[in-house]
Design a protein around this ligand. Structure first.
Ligand SMILES: [Zn+2]
Length: 194
């Protein structure tokens, strides 16, 4: 992308959407929160609005992100959880001071502290990851079938057979590749490939 920043991939699960801010980890990795302001933008989308973010806070966020990725990947394949990742997730979860409040309309909102808003937001994300990795929530942690992605995602489909972290990106690409392979099989290779 020449101008602006890479788009966000927005999923419905907070902590795995957060790990998705670095995508194509096994290909040409795309950093979707390259600046503190982009983290501010991302948090706002998930109801965790903060006024500002420092470079140090962005570093904390990325450390948490990679820790969640490592722990969720281990959980998805049935490996032991990596201790440094568990430590980092716990430390962010215990230091966050966000409070859940109920709106008159019956919706949950997060109230972040004025002095530690980014840390509080990261605490909410860490707690969400703990909920997923510990199996508290109904669903299954799995790894994306795309070989250049392998993102950990949370499968809440009834059959628990979802294969891709995101249907619009990884799923679509794989389907197209399969379609093209099928179309070209048994035929001469096209001479005018774009
Ligand atoms: Zn994927």
């Amino acid at each position: 992308m020449r101008t602006g920043f890479p788009d966000f991939r927005l999923g419905s699960v907070l902590s795995t959407s957060f790990t998705g801010t670095l995508s194509e980890r096994h290909g040409d990795a795309v950093e979707r929160i390259p600046t503190p302001q982009r983290l501010v933008d991302w948090l706002a989308v998930y109801g965790l609005a903060v006024d500002s973010c420092t470079t140090a806070q962005l570093d904390l966020a990325r450390e948490l992100r990679e820790s969640i990725h490592a722990a969720a990947t281990a959980a998805a394949i049935g490996d032991a959880l990596p201790a440094p990742a568990v430590h980092a997730i716990n430390s962010r979860s215990t230091r966050g001071r966000a409070a859940a409040v109920l709106t008159p309309e019956g919706e949950r909102q997060w109230r972040l502290g004025p002095a530690s808003a980014v840390e509080d937001a990261l605490g909410v994300i860490a707690a969400d990851a703990i909920c997923l990795i510990s199996g508290e929530r109904d669903g299954r942690l799995a790894l994306c079938a795309s070989p250049t992605c392998r993102a950990a995602f949370f499968d809440t489909s009834r059959s628990r057979t979802r294969r891709w972290c995101d249907m619009n990106t990884c799923g679509n690409r794989q389907k197209k590749a399969r379609f093209n392979a099928g179309r070209h099989s048994g035929r001469p290779a096209p001479s005018d490939t774009p």
